[in-house]
Design a protein around this ligand. Structure first.
Ligand code: SF4
Length: 947
């Protein structure tokens, strides 16, 4: 059995590893005393590629906690022209660099300066790479990165970038983006972080010290020193209390009459005086009334509410009134985290302040979003493999000290931390629910909160997961609001999708057992570890049988995926899409090569089934032996692996041997992971949604800004499983599109299939972006095309003033959007995820360019399987899907009643094909220019210049 762990208390001190390790203070002080001087460094360069780019300036500051001991500053001649954007950013002039120090000499001086000191940098990976490329980085040195430490000690900072932290903390930095000043800002930041560490709560410091003490890494030494330094201002312990639920308002009941509820948001209503910036919006009142009525009489309502309607208040106010007056719980489901955040951080707190009645609302997420304290304690007790893992544990320790929710979104995980999180996330296969109390478990607590809430906010994934397991994940509820309902089908499909990852499955089998390298006749792995525990003797037979079965199953699975890999590769073209899929159709199952796959699948399934039977016996034997006692980590791991193998076995069996006509199966080659995945998903999710999600509710409201095509909800209803009984409401946006937006439709663009299309796209984007002064978002449907156009734009000298940002080239979505909002003349090229969910009001985003009409990819396995089931797949599926997507793309432009901008559609088919009208019809009634492409930039420029 594992070490027994004392109960812990949520919200304060639960960072015990269970192995209370208290390092000697003397030893830690000795570590601290042995710290060398620090040397903060920074390089300014011509770009981000150490192989191609050159250093133009170096700066470094040597220091101790008490003083600066030395500095180094040197301009460097890169021997080539420096990009304007770099010159502008740094303020360095090209002529200052001519004849400055030689790069090798300068970097050597820097390397000498660092020798014997502890290098410190902020996000210093790139600086080190430049030194490495010059052969001047001492491999035994490790940088102390203030970015990592800031993420631990300043978790609430809006951004951890050096300029932002410098501004927020008031550092002295006369010349930002100059090497010496940035190095000095890094010095100041490290010292400030040290103060933060010194001032931490004593109990927390002890836990952190216990964690860092065994390790030699620079970050561990930094913490060892700072956490043992005397705290000049020790704070008394302050008890962390829970926010009280009620506000002691008069027990007034909301009105029962829907008209009276709607009147609250009317021009003479109670909220009109209270809601900041209140605007009377007729569509909002109409929606509010319709929601109140449907909740009162029961039924289903579909509402399309154009941008600017204020739809969240229009459903929240009647929902809260209904829940409070009738004690009928309302669940609000969203697709995106952004909307959840808007509801939880802005709308609901506002309503708590403005509404005259008390109500309780809470956010409930899927269990993998919450930390499992039991798993955390087990993980904390394990040694760290590297400094990154240590930093992750320190970050979690800090967070657990304050979190009320245990929700990972507070942690802001980066990169590999996402993987480490899976070690401590609540996992149904590693959960001993009955052994943990509500006080000891965030999952229990979140659910208990939801049980007492009037309104619970969730996401579509959790809604679907609850439906799939037949309930139990959500509290009982009466009314459902599905916002961002245009994503419902896709979210349901993703939520119900199952997959087997070949290498992942093999890793599980090998963890159970694999042949010893020395061929000693016994297997090594988890099964042997368990078998060696004498007290598990009761199940010895089953363990003994399972080990060779696991080895045999691994052989079969490896062979199956090897053959499948070859089969898939033969069917994939040379295209460069990020994820390539091969749908396993009935025709392909007749293919010659398939017989081979089928044979290997039978072997693999038989081997996995035999293993599963032994594992079940082994686990049952252990459970019986334990008689209700909690099993140790090894047994829990075995149960987890068995559960996962069982899931994989089911998918392999169904997809490769016994396909279900209502499901689609495909192999996916995900280039990033280089893994072959076998996937399965339902073709029609509508009936499941109807039967298990809204069928049991008293009322359901579906809403979004984009649900109707051609003035009807036929498409949405058919996909979401809705019948003729639904009530419908289409509410136009209150914006004055005729005066706010210009739609440009160039008449002379080549067709998208034409070879000259990319060049024409590049030309038009360049001319518009130049004329609009950047501030342009170009929406693509293909990564390949985006990359080609991006490369062409980068070559153009006429776009020097514009900052060109390509998705996947210059960063990922979040980072690119941030740069877009901060840069002076940005031009952003994006694909799928940029078509919606971007809210950049004002002049910053003044032009949206739609490169192609966003038809679905016909080879997408789920789309193709759905299309096959329809009589007219183009008009019933492809066209409405694309039209709604175009509507979403357009929606990025006008976000407020004061916004003004242009949308340019480069796909000529909107004018030349019969179906073009379906696209034109979904666009709001904006002003329009139809004419030669050469005129578009001027038209856009003139439009934007008009006040
Ligand atoms: S109940 Fe499950 S999720 Fe909660 S702490 Fe216990 S093991 Fe973790």
């Amino acid at each position: 059995m594992g070490a027994s762990i004392a109960p812990v208390t949520i919200g304060r001190t639960y960072y015990s590893s269970g192995l209370r390790f208290r390092p000697g203070l003397g030893r830690l002080r000795r570590i601290a005393a042995a710290l060398p001087e620090y040397a903060a460094l920074d390089l300014e360069t011509t770009g981000l590629d150490p192989a191609r780019d050159r250093v133009i300036e170096i700066g470094a500051v040597a220091f101790t906690p008490d003083r600066i001991t030395s500095t180094l500053e040197q301009l460097v001649d890169p021997g080539r022209a420096v990009p304007d954007v770099v010159l502008r950013l740094t303020g360095i002039k090209q002529e200052e660099l001519r004849g400055a120090a030689n790069p090798d000499d300068a970097l050597r001086r820097l390397a000498d300066f660092l020798r014997g000191r502890q290098p410190v940098g902020h996000g210093a990976r790139l600086d080190v790479e430049f030194l490495e490329a010059a052969g001047l980085w001492d491999g035994s040195q490790q940088v102390l990165d203030t970015l990592d430490i800031a993420r631990i000690l300043l978790p609430a900072a809006g951004s951890h970038s050096l300029p932002l932290l410098s501004t927020e903390m008031g550092f002295i930095q006369p010349r930002p983006h100059r090497a010496l000043d940035d190095a000095d800002a890094t010095r100041q930041l490290l010292l400030r972080l040290r103060e933060e560490a010194v001032a931490l709560d004593q109990g927390l410091k002890e836990s952190m010290l216990a964690l860092v003490a065994p390790y030699p890494w620079p970050a561990a030494r930094f913490f060892a020193e700072a956490l043992t330094a005397p705290n000049p201002n020790p704070d008394p312990e302050i008890a962390v209390g829970r926010e009280s639920g009620g506000r002691g308002r008069a027990a007034e009941l909301p009105p029962d009459d829907p008209t009276a509820v709607a009147a609250l948001l009317g021009p003479d209503g109670r909220l009109a005086d209270l809601v900041p910036g209140y605007e009377h919006r007729e569509p909002q009142l109409q929606m509010l009334l319709a929601v109140a009525q449907i909740q009162s009489r029961g039924g289903m309502l579909v509402v399309e509410a154009g941008t600017g309607t204020g739809k969240s208040l229009a459903y929240l106010v009647p929902s809260i009134a209904r829940a409070v007056r009738h004690r009928e719980r309302v669940v609000v489901s969203t697709n995106t985290h952004t909307l959840q955040e808007q509801l939880m951080v802005k709308d609901l707190p506002g309503l708590r302040e403005w509404l005259p009645w008390d109500f309780k609302a809470c956010l409930l997420k899927g269990r993998s979003n919450y930390v499992s304290l039991r798993r955390w304690r087990r993980y904390l007790a394990e040694p760290c493999k590297d400094a990154e893992e240590l930093m992750f544990k320190l970050k979690v320790l800090m967070w657990l000290h304050t979190t009320e929710s245990g929700d990972r979104s507070e942690l802001r995980l980066h990169g590999r931390e996402e993987v480490l999180w899976t070690r401590i996330a609540s996992d149904p296969l590693d959960c001993v629910g009955i052994h943990c109390t509500k006080e000891d478990c965030y999952v229990h607590r979140a659910r208990a909160e939801a049980e007492t809430a009037d309104l619970v906010v969730i996401n579509h994934a959790l809604l679907l997961a609850d439906a799939e397991v037949g309930g139990g994940l959500l509290p009982e509820y009466d009314h459902l609001i599905i916002d961002e309902a245009h994503h419902l089908e896709e979210a349901a499909t993703r939520g119900l999708r199952q997959e087997v990852d070949g290498p992942g499955l093999l890793a599980l089998l090998e963890r159970l057992a694999r042949d010893r390298v020395d061929g000693g006749g016994r297997a090594e792995g988890l099964l042997e570890e368990l078998q060696l525990q004498p007290r598990l003797g009761a199940s010895d037979d089953a363990f003994g049988e399972a080990a060779p079965q696991a080895i045999a199953a691994a052989v079969r699975v490896r062979e199956l995926f090897r053959i499948a890999d070859v089969w898939v590769a033969a069917r994939l073209g040379e295209t460069e899409r990020r994820e390539e899929s091969v749908r396993i159709t009935a025709a392909l199952r007749e293919d010659d090569g398939w017989a081979h796959i089928r044979e290997e699948a039978e072997n693999a399934v038989t081997a996995l089934a035999a293993l599963d039977a032994s594992l079940r016996r082994a686990v049952a034997g252990v459970r019986e032996w334990l008689g209700g006692e909690e099993p140790d980590q090894g047994v829990r791991e075995l149960e987890m692996i068995r559960g996962r193998l069982d899931g994989s076995l089911g998918v392999l069996d169904e997809a490769l041997l016994r396909p279900d006509a209502n499901r689609v199966y495909w192999f996916s080659q995900v280039s990033r992971a280089e893994n072959l995945l076998l996937r399965a998903a339902p073709i029609n999710v509508g009936s499941l949604l109807r039967d298990r999600v809204y069928g049991e509710r008293r009322s359901t409201v579906f809403t979004s800004a984009t649900l109707a095509v051609g003035g009807t909800f036929d498409y949405f209803s058919s996909r979401a499983g809705l019948g003729p009984e639904i009530e419908e409401l289409i509410l136009p946006s209150p914006f004055d599109f005729y005066h706010q937006a210009l739609v440009c439709l160039p008449t002379d663009m080549p067709l998208p299939e034409d070879e000259s299309f990319d060049a024409a796209v590049e030309q038009l984007i360049a001319s518009v972006a130049r004329r609009a002064g950047g501030r342009t978002l170009a929406l693509f449907t293909s990564h390949r095309q985006l990359r080609d156009v991006h490369a062409g734009l980068k070559q153009r000298v006429d776009l020097d003033e514009v900052l060109i940002l390509g998705q996947g080239i210059d960063g990922q979505r979040r980072q690119l959007l941030k740069t877009f909002e901060e840069a002076e003349r940005p031009l952003l090229l994006g694909t799928a995820s940029f078509w919606e969910g971007i809210d950049i009001p004002g002049e910053r985003l003044s032009c949206v360019i739609v490169v192609r009409l966003p038809f679905p990819v016909p080879t997408d396995p789920v789309y193709a399987a759905r299309a096959e089931q329809l009589r007219e797949p183009f008009s019933q599926l492809a066209l409405p899907q694309a039209a709604l997507r175009l509507k979403q793309g357009f929606g990025r432009l006008i976000r407020r009643s004061t916004d003004r901008g242009a949308v340019v559609i480069l796909d000529n088919r909107i004018l030349g094909r019969d179906y073009g009208k379906a696209f034109l019809d979904v666009l709001p009634p904006a002003s329009r220019y139809v004419g030669p492409g050469a005129q578009v930039a001027n038209r856009v420029g003139d439009w934007l210049a008009r006040v």
